[in-house]
Design a protein around this ligand. Structure first.
Ligand code: SF4
Length: 348
């Protein structure tokens, strides 16, 4: 089978040549129909109408993802959609319009093994990695099934993307193909809970302008390990070592995500500790007020506390932005995707 959603156009052309003795002329037409127009009627294109037997052969060999949208929920313009995969596992993705641009938050795994204490997906445990085609399908579904534009993609949905590095970077290649979605790496952000080996491996791939975000949430190992068990394996010193080595374009930044939990990580001391930790790194800090979900034991900070914390960071000369998290009512906000009811097995 020709697994189109897992291949760049160049690779499709290679397959066309190997299977049918054809090349880029037909591959580009197929790619254009599926990824630019959202149509499967490639047989009607000029390119294929001249080779009807090829169109029939290809239709028999073509493998498209057997994913389907099973639910959508919308609040304040934020649209969450749940997709059933071929094995009936469920993932969630979120479309977030803001300031004239639309960001699609995609999942990279069913569940997650990182077990962050403030995250609904973490409560599920790990089920499995998404394939390249399942990741790419989320973009296709947002564009053509839900008819939304997609300007930016963030890997901040279910799962730790660097725990599924090969498929995530495979999807980045397909999504970036100019003959298809044409979304440059500079419009794609991979967000990690601090998977230091993954940061190192991603750096080695040197995907120019791909953006990196690190969900930090604490500036000392004791607290961070309590909030994010992955910190036991990759303590703050190791993460910093990898961030210092990460290739950042001139003028570029690494995004630091900081989920603010009332009475846990929102003191002045926490802010100063964070600033100290980030010294020497080209960063922008995104502060996100915690969104309560499921059986979570943490409390959302008041508006005043959030502003005060941002003020302290700014006072330490950090470039800080308060990220307003929308979609709480439909559990589409940061850390709210998935539910324990979806089922999972393995935790870190
Ligand atoms: S915050 Fe991210 S890495 Fe942590 S458990 Fe949730 S999905 Fe996994």
């Amino acid at each position: 089978m020709l697994n189109l959603f897992a291949l760049t156009c160049e690779e499709v052309a290679g397959e066309m040549s190997r299977r049918y003795g054809k090349g880029m002329y037909h591959a580009a037409a197929l790619y254009r129909e599926i990824f630019k127009k959202g149509s499967t009627s490639f047989a009607k294109t000029i390119e294929f109408s001249r080779s009807p037997s090829l169109a029939v052969q290809l239709a028999g060999d073509l493998r498209l993802p057997s994913c389907r949208i099973i639910a959508t929920q919308e609040e304040e313009g934020v649209l969450k959609f749940a997709s059933a995969l071929a094995d009936d596992r469920t993932i969630e993705s979120v479309i977030i319009p803001a300031r004239g641009r639309t960001t699609l938050c995609v999942s990279s795994q069913v569940g997650c093994r990182m077990g962050c204490r403030f995250c609904a997906t973490g409560e599920m445990g790990y089920v499995r990695n998404l394939t390249v085609e399942e990741i790419v399908w989320q973009v296709h579904a947002a564009r053509f099934k839900l008819n939304r534009r997609v300007d930016n993609i963030v890997f901040m949905g279910m799962g730790e993307p660097l725990d599924n590095l090969a498929n995530v970077t495979g999807a980045v290649r397909v999504i970036g193909d100019q003959r298809g979605f044409d979304m440059a790496p500079s419009h794609i952000t991979v967000s990690t809970a601090g998977h230091a080996d993954g940061i190192r491996d991603l750096a080695a791939l040197n995907i120019r302008k791909l953006r990196l975000a690190v969900s930090l949430n604490a500036s000392n190992d004791e607290l961070r390990t309590r909030l994010m068990p992955i910190n036991q394996r990759y303590p703050l010193s190791r993460i910093k070592q990898e961030l210092l080595a990460f290739p950042v374009e001139k003028g570029g930044v690494i995004f630091i995500e900081y989920v603010l939990l009332e009475g846990i990580n929102d003191s002045r001391e926490d802010a100063i500790g964070l600033a100290r930790y980030l010294t020497g790194l080209p960063v922008r800090v995104n502060v996100i007020a915690f969104n309560p979900s499921g059986s979570n034991i943490y409390t959302a900070p008041g508006e005043e506390n959030v502003r005060r914390f941002c003020g302290w960071l700014a006072g330490e000369k950090l470039f800080v932005r308060l990220r307003r998290s929308r979609g709480q009512a439909i559990m589409a906000a940061c850390g709210q995707l998935g539910s324990a009811a979806l089922g999972g097995e393995e935790k870190l």
